[in-house]
Design a protein around this ligand. Structure first.
Ligand code: GLU
Length: 386
């Protein structure tokens, strides 16, 4: 569902979800944090931001920051040329810049009586369940100790194949991991518009989104800036992950001082509101997996069965694609290709291909071993929430 408002409308007060949010993840992009010319941290801005963090912490909120900036800071310190960097140059830049970044948060947090904690994640830390649980545990302990975790991708070791690449999706993964009530993406625009506002004067601001429809995806365009990897597109991807896991999300401008205080004061933002029914922790993890290993296509009967809460049987599957092992994540698609959800499949790709369309009682005879009756058990499945 979409509502639009005229560009000059300001909401008088923040939505109740903001006041109620107890655990908040905030994503800060490189363009907000670093001065492109000097290659330094914009300390006025970061000071005002950390004032806001301190205010929220004082009000009893738990705050997790996901901050970019390591590459932007490091490339300047290393005097790397302007323009796109080679992977190894980004890695080198990140290893230099991350030190300054961590220092800045440490100093500014300490000046407000807070303790900052650095967490550097690689894709495998959220994609592999055991590592995911471990990272989650560390963040939980830090929050219980009243520290402020500051997360970034571990860019120094991340290579193209194993990286998140943008901190929008990383922050959504983190929000999902810690069951945050709200994810805030500080952007260079004050929300989602019907078209990219920079090159369309007719573009209308959208204050509220409750479902990521193809219409919403089409509005996102691709508004990345030179510094940050994410445009509106990755923000919508982030919204999908956040909403599927039950976290609300806000896109608002970070181009002002005190951007979080502004949300409390009713600044114009786009709210993405999640359904309130709880999602189990395991399903949250499944739905946010960023790199599924394959996909399965269902017939109409199986699609109906899934909608009523049933497991997926081999009989209802018409086709499988990809190469995956038992336990890997796959996308579950309707006959027409619509994504119905994601799940952990109980058979490796070759075995799955041999048993699809068959009755579960035939599995043992076909494969020569007794496997599960279900291809994807309902407990291992996270359906797209309507
Ligand atoms: N992790 C990158 C950095 O700290 C930024 C990724 C992004 O811009 O989203 O520089």
């Amino acid at each position: 569902m979409v509502r639009t408002s005229a560009p000059d409308t300001t909401i008088a007060t923040a939505r109740p979800e903001w006041a109620k949010a107890r655990r908040i993840v905030v994503k800060i992009g490189s363009a907000l944090l670093t001065d492109q010319k000097s290659g330094r941290i914009k300390s006025d801005w970061l000071n005002s931001f950390m004032d806001d963090v301190a205010e929220l912490a004082k009000a009893g909120k738990e705050i997790v920051l996901v901050s970019s900036g390591s590459i932007a800071l490091g490339r300047h310190a290393l005097k790397l040329p302007k323009g796109p960097l080679a992977l190894e140059q980004s890695q080198a830049a990140a290893s230099v810049g991350q030190i300054s970044l961590a220092h800045a948060y440490q100093d500014l947090a300490a000046a407000r009586g807070l303790t900052a904690a650095q967490i550097l994640l690689t894709l495998g830390d959220t994609e592999e369940r055991r590592r995911y649980l471990n990272a989650r545990n560390t963040i939980e302990v830090l929050l219980a100790l009243k520290a402020i975790p500051v997360v970034n991708e571990n860019d120094t070791v991340a290579t193209a194949e194993i990286r998140y690449g943008d901190n929008d999706r990383l922050s959504a993964r983190v929000a999902s991991m810690v069951s945050a009530d709200c994810l805030v993406l500080l952007s260079d625009v004050d929300g989602l518009y019907t078209a990219p506002p920079a090159n369309n004067s007719e573009a209308k601001h959208i204050p509220l989104v409750t479902e990521i429809t193809p219409e919403i995806e089409a509005m996102a365009g691709d508004a990345g800036t030179e510094l940050s990897k994410g445009g509106m597109k990755t923000k919508i991807e982030a919204a999908k992950i956040a909403l599927a896991s039950g976290s609300d999300m806000v896109i608002t401008t970070g181009k002002i001082l005190h951007p979080l205080r502004a949300i409390s004061q009713g600044a114009r933002v786009t709210w993405f509101i999640a359904k309130s029914d709880p999602v189990t922790a395991k399903k949250r993890w499944i739905s946010g997996r960023l790199v599924p290993n394959g996909q399965v296509f269902l017939d109409a009967g199986a699609e109906k069965a899934l909608a009523t809460g049933k497991s997926l049987l081999p009989a209802g599957v018409t086709r499988v694609e990809g190469s995956f092992d038992r336990g890997d994540a796959v996308i579950i698609r309707a006959a027409d290709g619509r994504e119905l959800g994601r799940g952990l499949i109980a058979y490796a790709a070759d075995d799955a291909r041999r048993i699809i369309g068959k009755h579960s009682s035939e599995i043992a005879a076909i494969l020569g071993f007794e496997g599960r009756d279900t291809l994807i058990h309902r407990d291992d499945m996270a359906l797209t929430r309507k």
